[in-house]
Design a binder for this molecule. Structure first.
Ligand code: ATP
Ligand code: MG
Length: 240
């Protein structure tokens, strides 16, 4: 469903991504790990063109996302993104946060948008909190609302950039449970996270990034048990 081909990106003469390529099949979850500053966030941003790459291409279902001009808004709907800090609108209730793009981008009627927003909130276990404002939600609840907001666009793939790293362990667990459920229901997901438990139980493949490239990649089993994956294991040893 998604093809990432030789992505390069520099900031101020420093090459942050130095040729990253991979394919994602429908329903797959890929987890990205690696030290700070190796370009994981930049990679996700290049995929949905929040940051245009200097070189390389991204394809979604055989259509080019890079250089897609006016179609970029179409692709941004199809490639959802969930951030570490949620980015909810503080002056809107949970359900209004989810409705917003349905009304403005997809042009739904108020009634349709409300119904769809409530359906997505139900998916993440937040239906009872629909009328609450972000300030009244825990971090885990706020993150689940932001996942519902991404789901509302019926994306082909969702990119998660450290969705739980601002949360304490209890709240992390509830967000990971929601993500596990999405994976099980066949959502295609790219997830930057240091949650190795999640990676091992959900990921089809773990990609270890270092210095702007994918240094090692493989199934979780392989990575943990095969002695060749030394750098990744060093890294995991340091985070756990
Ligand atoms: P972390 O694990 O800390 O989130 P990361 O792997 O996500 O790190 P990136 O955020 O992609 O790393 O950043 C990679 C490098 O690119 C860093 O050195 C960062 O300072 C730099 N960088 C990222 N975005 C920009 C930008 N908009 N302008 C300038 N430099 C940037
Ligand atoms: Mg990052």
């Amino acid at each position: 469903v998604l093809r990432v081909e030789d992505i390069h990106k520099s900031f101020g003469g420093i090459e942050v991504l130095r040729g990253v390529s991979f394919d994602v099949r429908r329903g797959e979850t890929k987890v990205f790990i690696g030290p700070s500053g190796t370009g994981k966030s930049t990679l996700l941003r290049c995929i949905n063109q929040l940051t245009p790459p200097d070189r390389g291409r991204v394809w979604l279902d055989g259509e080019e996302v890079t250089n897609s001009g006016a179609r970029i808004n179409h692709f941004r709907q199809k490639i959802g993104m969930v951030f570490q800090n949620f980015f909810l609108f503080d002056h809107l209730t949970a359900v209004k946060n989810v409705e917003l793009a349905l009304l403005k981008v997809r042009g739904m009627s108020k009634a349709e948008a409300r119904e769809k927003a409530l359906t997505e909130l139900r998916q993440v276990g937040m239906e009872d909190w629909a009328e609450h404002y972000p300030a009244e939600l825990s971090g885990g609840q706020a993150q689940r609302v932001s996942i519902a907001r991404a789901l509302a666009m019926d994306p082909d793939v969702i990119l998660f950039d450290e969705p739980t790293s601002a949360l304490d362990p209890e709240l992390t667990r509830e967000v990971l449970e929601v993500m596990k459920k999405l994976a099980k229901n066949g959502m295609t997901m790219l997830v930057v996270t240091h949650e190795m438990g999640f990676a091992c139980s959900v990921a089809n493949e773990v990609l270890f990034m270092e210095n702007g490239v994918v240094a090692e990649q493989g199934s979780p089993d392989l990575l943990l048990n095969d002695p060749r994956f030394t750098r990744m294991k060093d890294f995991i040893g340091r985070i756990d």
